[in-house]
Write a protein that binds this ligand. Structure first.
Ligand SMILES: [Zn+2]
Length: 65
């Protein structure tokens, strides 16, 4: 049993707008077609918070890892 299906941790420098799915997770674009791109996690007290991120049309095939 591995944890390969668990969402990866978010880049600690990523902006909150990107975690909220309001802008592309990779480039921050909010002016293109944004599509779901999986999820990442950030550490919170007592566990992890799951965020559903989006990607712009250029990063639509990219996934967090
Ligand atoms: Zn992008």
């Amino acid at each position: 049993m591995t944890q390969s299906t668990a969402p990866p941790p978010a880049d600690p420098n990523v902006s909150i707008a990107r975690l909220h799915g309001e802008a592309c997770y990779w480039c921050g674009s909010a002016h293109s077609t944004l599509t779901p791109a999986g999820s990442v996690t950030t550490p919170v007290g007592g566990g992890q918070r799951l965020w559903f991120i989006v990607a712009c049309e250029w990063h639509s095939k990219r996934r967090p890892r």
